[in-house]
Design a protein around this ligand. Structure first.
Ligand SMILES: [Zn+2]
Ligand SMILES: [Zn+2]
Length: 290
């Protein structure tokens, strides 16, 4: 709609804004830019609400299933709402302050060549609960077990400590360690995924030597798909004949490995032969494995 009136001074037909009655040559739609600017509502506390989830276990905020900060959630919510309302709008959103249930924001937007700026408050709707990762941890969920053992001997306490530290160092969210169990023959590390189990096994072997094998077992079915549990069997290197090690401050050389029973060695200081039972092999600190 266009409104034309006779201009009294010039006697010519001129265009007028039907909203404010001012004469103008510039129109956005059917109204002048000033009136158009007044129709832009950047902050409507009733329309914009930031829905956040807060995990009370790990303190992480989630927005639409994604990890986020409150600031980012506010910015994304505002931008999404403005695009929904105005289509092609360019906007800058600045979070000035965050209070318990409100965020104070300054929004600068450009729409059809008109620049609008508003400052105001937006409601934060924060629901607390437990995130997927934390509820899985709490529920004892795991997908893979990394079993750290040694070939024809028991791993030393240091080796198990290292394996445990490696598990932490290669850990990346959302993966997690469900639990760790120290056994007579080694260490079992229960982890959140097959990928993390494999990565961890590689890292242990790379740092401590040896090798690993993997296997899977059908655990159940979910949504028509087979669910597997994975086992990674890590074997730290065993001693070969002639290998050197330290035990109780003495230096020894391995003479013979009695599979499953222990190790025969010679004390390099006294030349005496001795037999070390399997359960005591964890005390052997390797100097060389062969
Ligand atoms: Zn107007
Ligand atoms: Zn959590």
């Amino acid at each position: 709609m266009r409104v034309y009136r006779i201009d009294k001074e010039s006697g010519k037909w001129k265009k007028f804004c039907p909203q404010c009655g001012r004469q103008t040559e510039e129109f956005i739609g059917s109204i002048c830019p000033e009136c158009f600017l007044r129709t832009i509502v950047l902050i409507d506390p009733k329309a914009i609400r930031v829905n956040l989830k807060l995990c009370k276990s790990c303190g992480t905020y989630f927005w639409g299933g994604e990890k986020t900060s409150i600031e980012d959630a506010v910015i994304n919510t505002v931008k999404r709402e403005l695009r929904r309302r105005y289509g092609d709008i360019r906007c800058d959103v600045e979070v000035i302050a965050i209070e318990e249930k409100r965020a104070r924001v300054r929004i600068k937007a450009e729409l059809k060549g008109v620049i609008a700026e508003q400052t105001g408050e937006i409601r934060l709707d924060i629901k607390t609960g437990s995130c997927d990762r934390c509820s899985r941890i709490a529920g004892g969920y795991y997908v893979a077990i990394v079993q750290v053992r040694a070939q024809n001997r028991l791993p030393t306490d240091n080796e198990l400590k290292s394996a445990s530290e490696i598990a932490q160092s290669v850990l990346e969210e959302p993966e997690f360690i469900a639990k760790q169990r120290i056994l007579k023959q080694g260490l079992d590390i229960y982890v959140s995924s097959m990928k993390y189990g494999r990565k961890l096994s590689w890292a242990i072997v790379k740092q401590l030597g040896g090798s690993f094998t993997e296997s899977r077992k059908l655990y159940g079915r979910k949504d028509g798909r087979n669910i597997y549990r994975f086992s990674f069997s890590v074997r730290l290197p065993g001693f070969q004949e002639g290998a050197k090690a330290r035990i109780d401050g003495r230096e020894i050389s391995v003479v013979r490995v009695a599979k499953g029973r222990g190790i025969e060695y010679v004390d390099l200081n006294t030349g005496e032969h001795e037999f070390l039972k399997m359960q005591d092999t964890k005390k052997l600190q390797a100097i060389s494995f062969y």
